[in-house]
Design a binder for this molecule. Structure first.
Ligand code: TYC
Length: 121
């Protein structure tokens, strides 16, 4: 029978720091820099257009971005005046789902509202 290993075992990514001993035999733990980065976050942005009713945009922001009516109205007005506005910041998958939901709701209602997600920073 052949007992040869089919894969060379991988080295652990972050091997434990060996305790260093100083001259007085005290154990010194080495400080390591944290290498894991937080996940990239994505902001969901609505774009202004000349046709989608303000009330529809407010309702979309309330429903899909969990904003109260006043906050949703402020965001809608910012988009209306400045051309675009951030409605929320999420992980990539959640942001993508929000975009799909908003576009689906807008198309179903016959509005040209545009929505996109982009990495934060
Ligand atoms: N500009 C639109 C209007 O005057 C309102 C609007 C606001 C449309 C925000 C889209 O993302 C938008 N009816």
């Amino acid at each position: 029978m052949n007992f040869m290993a089919s894969q060379i075992p991988k080295k652990p990514e972050t091997p434990a720091a060996p305790p260093a001993t100083g001259s007085d035999d005290a154990v010194v733990l080495e400080r390591r820099t944290q290498r894991v980065q937080p996940p990239q976050m994505y902001q969901v942005v609505l774009l202004n257009d000349d046709f989608t009713p303000m009330e529809f945009v407010v309702q979309v922001i309330q429903e899909y971005f969990s904003k109260d009516r006043e906050t949703a109205t402020q965001i809608m007005l910012k988009i209306h005046l400045e051309g675009k506005g951030v409605c929320g910041v999420y992980s990539r998958d959640v942001a993508s789902t929000k975009v799909d939901q908003v576009l689906q709701a807008a198309r179903s209602a016959g509005h040209p509202l545009q929505c996109l997600s982009e990495p934060v920073e």
